[in-house]
Design a protein around this ligand. Structure first.
Ligand code: PHE
Ligand code: FE
Length: 296
């Protein structure tokens, strides 16, 4: 939806200053609740053993599989106890400053509408399934919860620097498409992956994408695709590691140094990248090079 039209659309007439609306839980149709159930079931066929423990435990803790589209009020009761986060309903993507302000205050803006049955595999705008199934379970993890708040605060600060694209790349390659290499194997935590049936398999199993150990500056210099599976995934050893290399770094000098455009394409592989290669059982430790390294 075009943000300019939100006052005209009956669905979103009551939008507040901060872009939030009532979820309107009682207005969902049986078909809409059914769409959630189909998507949920389908993901539960493939995510155990692929999604990280924090995500799977978050799903349980928030009872997101109890049937139908979750009522944000109920989710919030539990989420507040766990990490002090809240989900707030929004009708559409919100402007950057509004988005950052919500995150900085531990509020996650989630679309309240759900995709149509003919859009089960792909929708352009994030709906309640992507936002709540994909993002909210990770907010039950204390470290990740703090990372998201820090990201919001960092975003507010970045508004003064004109390098928002670099910060958006960081969000994309972590919050949306991040992987984590656990002692039990490579796992998914990115919301864009866990809410996509095909990419949940592709991200871990396909041969084509690069899986590169997370490096802050490398990530912030890398362009990303929003219309296809990723060709590069960045991998952290733990959420503590992700937290340390982002929250403990002052991005000010980094913004000064970065070029206005991205330096690396979404498929680039660099000499300096620490690449994960897939062995028979698990991914080898990062450090090995892919044989087809192409400097850009
Ligand atoms: N440390 C960052 C800064 O100085 C803030 C930030 C933290 C940004 C975590 C993103 C993620 O701006
Ligand atoms: Fe998202």
């Amino acid at each position: 939806m075009d943000p300019a039209n939100i006052y005209a659309d009956p669905r979103t007439r009551n939008v507040r200053e901060d872009f939030t609306i009532d979820q309107g839980w009682s207005e969902y149709t049986a078909e809409e609740h059914g769409t959630w159930d189909i998507l949920y079931e389908r993901q539960m066929q493939c995510l155990p053993g692929r999604a990280c423990d924090a995500f799977l435990q978050g799903l349980q803790a928030l009872d997101l599989g109890k049937g139908g589209i979750p009522d944000f009020e109920q989710v919030n009761e539990e989420l507040m106890k766990l990490t002090g986060w809240q989900v707030v309903a929004v009708p559409c993507l919100v402007p950057d400053d509004v988005f950052f302000e919500h995150l900085a205050n531990r509020r996650f803006p989630a679309g309240n509408f759900i995709r149509k049955r003919e859009q089960l595999d792909y929708i352009q705008e994030p709906d309640v399934f992507h936002d709540v199934f994909g993002h909210v379970p990770m907010l039950t993890d204390p470290v990740f919860a703090d990372y998201m708040e820090a990201y919001g605060k960092g975003g507010l600060r970045a508004l003064g620097y004109d390098r928002l694209k670099a910060l958006a790349a960081l969000y994309w390659y972590t919050v949306e498409f991040g992987l984590i290499n656990t002692p039990h194997g490579m796992r998914i935590y990115g919301a864009g992956i866990v809410s996509s049936n095909k990419e949940s398999i592709f991200a871990l199993e396909a041969r084509s994408p690069n899986r590169i150990h997370f490096d802050l500056e490398r990530v912030m210099r890398t362009d990303y695709r929003i219309d296809d599976f990723q060709q590069t995934y960045f991998v952290n050893a733990s959420f503590d590691e992700l937290f340390r290399c982002t929250v403990d770094t002052d991005f000010g000098p980094l913004y000064e140094r970065l070029n206005p455009c991205f330096d690396f394409t979404p498929t680039a592989a660099l000499e300096s990248d620490r690449i994960y290669t897939r062995g028979t059982q698990e991914y080898a430790r990062a450090g090995g090079r892919k044989h087809n390294v192409k400097p850009v």
